[in-house]
Design a protein around this ligand. Structure first.
Ligand SMILES: CC(C)(COP(=O)(O)OP(=O)(O)OC[C@H]1O[C@@H](n2cnc3c(N)ncnc32)[C@H](O)[C@@H]1OP(=O)(O)O)[C@@H](O)C(=O)NCCC(=O)NCCS
Length: 196
């Protein structure tokens, strides 16, 4: 493996912006810029970034940021994994897998009981994640998140009472990045129907 995964530093700002915008902007550059902006806006919150670097060049990035589970007893602090980005010309070389593994270990090491994400159950399901609804969690965008796409990795601090709805900080809502909307929502529900 000719690359390393290391914590994002302030000096990585421009490189991370470029990587996130390229990964999410392959079809629509405006979408790429928007996702890059979400990550920057989360800088005002508690967050941790990791980068995949090869010979001094940042080729991939993963973001972890703080959210909560609204349990009956109290709010429980958790992490959310998003965005996950690999530059288009270097995808399918294992950068994404290494970044997800490092993100899971970082979340585990921080002592939170769970790490959540919205994403492909095929990709993340073989990389340490499972369906979060089957653990008693509800997605932040209740009506707009296909159940198979709402996933979590749980850690030893998870206790039986820690169930409830995932609460995102306002950044996700301001960018319309909580759950999906039609027609994407309907398309994905159809694709995931076979996994239900
Ligand atoms: C998703 C992404 C981070 C994967 O990174 P990567 O470095 O290419 O991933 P890896 O090399 O570790 O793994 C490649 C595998 O992931 C699969 N994969 C890639 N993107 C996928 C997706 N959106 N859904 C399902 N599987 C996907 C590939 O088919 C490949 O599978 P294979 O090995 O069986 O052929 C990268 O494709 C990317 O940046 N995509 C654009 C941004 C994005 O969609 N991020 C995830 C949002 S939840």
């Amino acid at each position: 493996m000719g690359f390393e995964v290391r914590p994002e530093q302030p000096d990585d700002h421009a490189a991370v912006r470029r990587v996130v915008a390229a990964a999410f902007g392959a079809d629509d550059p405006r979408h790429g810029e928007d996702v890059a902006q979400i990550w920057e806006s989360l800088g005002h919150h508690r967050r941790v970034g990791l980068v995949a670097e090869e010979r001094g060049v940042v080729l991939g990035h993963v973001g972890l940021s703080r959210a909560w589970v609204d349990a009956r007893r109290e709010l429980v602090e958790v992490w959310v994994l998003s965005p996950l980005s690999v530059v288009p010309e270097r995808q399918r070389e294992g950068f994404g897998t290494a970044l997800v593994a490092a993100a899971v270990e970082t979340a585990r090491g921080s002592g939170v009981p769970a790490l959540f994400l919205e994403g492909s159950p095929i990709y993340y399901g073989s990389r340490g994640f499972e369906r979060a609804d089957r653990r008693g969690f509800l997605p932040a965008a209740l009506e707009r998140t296909p159940p198979a796409a709402f996933q979590c990795a749980v850690f030893e601090g998870l206790e039986p009472w820690m169930t409830g709805q995932l609460i995102y900080p306002s950044v996700w809502w301001q960018h319309g990045a909580a759950g999906l909307r039609d027609p994407d929502l309907a398309q994905l529900e159809e694709r995931f129907a076979a996994l239900e």
